[in-house]
Design a protein around this ligand. Structure first.
Ligand SMILES: Cc1cc2nc3c(=O)[nH]c(=O)nc-3n(C[C@H](O)[C@H](O)[C@H](O)COP(=O)(O)O)c2cc1C
Length: 135
């Protein structure tokens, strides 16, 4: 199976989760600035909540995809809200992509809220989550 991992981060948390996921499935995580250049079975797409929203860079990336993607698997973090799954799903389905029912979410520190997250346990859990998509 062919995997790709793309993410957008402002403070490094999503990169930490993306690297753990990429390690688990044997690829290298890259930011959404790097276009997908070949068809993939699974695209792990990482994002976070900023001012209650998904960053527009994620939507732009989804809009830019012009290869075949079997399914998109979302992973995200946030300090208070429960992640970006619904927003990513909406943007991706609007473009005709299939989004996996299951996503990965963990807390992500913002100021004094959720300090220290994501931590090593979160990264490990992200990797274990990703392994479920290896046939
Ligand atoms: C500018 C900014 C705004 C944020 N706004 C929210 C928010 O509205 N709700 C929330 O739950 N978390 C919020 N957070 C917390 C982030 O979702 C959390 O820190 C996440 O892990 C950041 O991921 P990143 O380091 O990959 O950018 C905000 C963080 C930043 C930096």
């Amino acid at each position: 199976m062919k995997f790709a991992v793309r993410y957008y981060t402002k403070t490094g948390h999503t990169k930490m989760l993306a690297d753990a996921i990429a390690d688990a499935v044997g690829t290298v995580a890259q930011t959404v600035a790097v276009p997908l250049e070949e068809d993939v079975d699974v695209l792990f797409l990482g994002s976070a909540v900023y001012a209650t929203k998904l960053d527009d860079e994620i939507v732009k990336f989804i809009d830019s995809i012009n290869v075949n993607v079997g399914k998109i698997v979302c992973f995200s973090s946030a300090a208070i809200l429960s992640g970006t799954y619904k927003q990513v799903k909406q943007a991706a389905e609007a473009k005709g992509f299939t989004v996996a029912d299951e996503d990965f979410f963990c807390k992500g520190a913002f100021g004094i809220i959720a300090k220290g997250r994501p931590n090593a346990d979160d990264a490990k859990a992200a990797g274990e989550f990703a392994r479920k998509f290896i046939d």
